[in-house]
Write a protein that binds this ligand. Structure first.
Ligand code: ZN
Length: 155
């Protein structure tokens, strides 16, 4: 998600003065991202939070971050509007997998479980679980096909 961001002035729209609450009934989508970095030192939500604060966000823009070892790190609360997909923030949950090219099977299987839980909790349909690049063709994020996640479906 950080690729060539300096050339994308529309991202300035993302500046936030404060976090905004929302009615969780508005949530209809889950959007999958990557951190765009394979550096071990960036494999933690605290690093992503610092990047996002530099960009003017009040907090890390995602609701969840998946470390390479599969650990789920919580970001924003679900009832707080995210800052991860400019047109969809109000109605979506943002999940970021740590990585650019090298993702792990434990990340995919863990995020699969997380997604199923969120789909059940918030009545989100499977076809509303979408990659970031579905909404922005100039982005490659999340750099992997969602089939890497759906292959863990058991039915
Ligand atoms: Zn993204």
């Amino acid at each position: 998600m950080t690729e060539k961001r300096e050339n994308k002035p529309y991202l300035l729209v993302g500046f936030e003065k404060r976090l905004h609450r929302r009615d969780i009934k508005l949530i209809t989508e889950i959007i999958i991202h990557c951190s765009d970095s394979d550096k071990p030192e960036n494999d933690d939500i605290s690093v992503i939070r610092s990047w996002h604060k530099v960009r003017g966000f009040s907090d890390v823009g995602y609701h969840f971050f998946l470390k390479k070892d599969g650990t789920i790190q919580p970001g924003r609360k679900i009832n707080q509007i995210g800052a991860h997909c400019i047109t969809q923030n109000a109605i979506s949950i943002g999940i970021c997998l740590s990585g650019r090219h090298d993702f792990t099977e434990i990340q995919f299987s863990t995020v699969h479980s997380l997604i199923l839980k969120l789909m059940a909790n918030y009545s989100i349909l499977k076809d509303k679980v979408l990659p970031h690049n579905f909404f922005n063709e100039n982005k490659s994020c999340p750099n992997f096909p969602l089939d890497n996640i759906w292959k863990f479906d058991t039915i």
